[in-house]
Structure formats: structure tokens, C-alpha cells
Design a protein around this ligand. Structure first.
Ligand code: FES
Length: 152
């Protein structure tokens, strides 16, 4: 971890100093700062907060919102909420995984994309939907995937 990463964690810890039960928000904010929670980051948080590293590890592995691996430059979220699921979201997922040569939750070798399957993205009328970073793409068909990825 870079020196600046330790500084970022220190700033997060400072924000929650003296507040009991803040482990989850500490981990959320640390992940927002660093992109993911490395073993080194968890160990550092443990040392500083005196929360056992086993407890921190238990929380990060229990909640799917936490990542323990670096993420790609662009995050693709594939909606698998009910509306999207019945509108062939599985086919969209397949097309994406094939095009990017990744597994669900995986990151491409060039670190350009990370793909996640999520619940409703809040724009069900456009099902099936994916989001690339903050931009939504709706009424998708597998054949549109290549053109969307080419924009990144
Ligand atoms: S179910 Fe996909 S956006 Fe709501």
C-alpha cells in the first residue's frame, strides 16, 4: 500500500474515532477511497481500532458490497432484478462475460472492466439494463454489447 493510502485510512478512522459499532462504515469509506479492501488495509484498520483482524475479515467476506481485489477502471453492473431477469438479463450477462473473457464478479486482465451482477438498478422500464460507471444502457440485446464496450 502506498503511503497516501495509509493517510486516507487515517482520515477515515479519525472521522469515526470514539464511535462504537462503526466497523461497517469505516470499511465502506475505506473501500470508497482505495477501491477495494486489501489484506494490508484490513490489518492496518485492525491495529488502529483494536478490532481483531478475524472480525474485520469476517465482515468483509459476509457482505457482498466489499471487495478484496483491485477493480477495473470501469465498473459494469448487470441488473438481475426481476424485471431485467425476465427480459433476458442472463443472455446479456453471457454476452458480456464472453466478450470480456471474465467470470461473474471478475476483472479483465487489462484492468479496464470489472463486472458485477446486482439487484434492481431502478430503471425497470428499460429492462434489461446495465450500467457502466454512472451511465445506464437499457433495452439491451446481446448484439449491442460490443458497441457499448467500444466506448470505453
Ligand atoms: S429490475 Fe433491472 S432495473 Fe429494475
Amino acid at each position: 500500500m502506498a503511503e497516501s493510502d495509509f493517510d486516507k485510512i487515517d482520515a477515515v478512522l479519525h472521522e469515526f474515532e470514539g464511535r462504537k459499532g462503526s466497523l461497517i462504515p469505516i470499511l465502506q469509506k475505506t473501500q470508497a477511497q482505495l477501491g477495494f479492501l486489501s489484506k494490508e488495509a484490513m490489518k492496518y484498520i485492525s491495529e488502529k481500532t483494536k478490532i481483531p483482524v478475524s472480525e474485520i475479515y469476517g465482515v468483509t467476506t459476509f457482505y457482498t458490497q466489499f471487495r478484496m481485489h483491485p477493480i477495473g477502471k470501469n465498473i459494469i453492473r448487470i441488473c438481475h432484478g426481476t424485471a431485467c431477469h425476465v427480459a433476458d438479463a442472463p443472455e446479456i450477462s453471457e454476452a458480456l462475460y464472453e466478450e470480456l473473457k471474465v467470470e461473474p464478479g471478475g476483472t479483465t486482465k487489462d484492468m479496464k472492466f470489472t463486472v458485477e451482477e446486482v439487484a434492481c438498478l431502478g430503471c425497470c422500464s428499460l429492462a434489461p439494463v446495465i450500467m457502466v460507471n454512472d451511465k445506464a444502457y437499457g433495452r439491451l440485446t446481446p448484439s449491442k454489447i460490443k458497441d457499448i464496450l467500444a466506448q470505453y
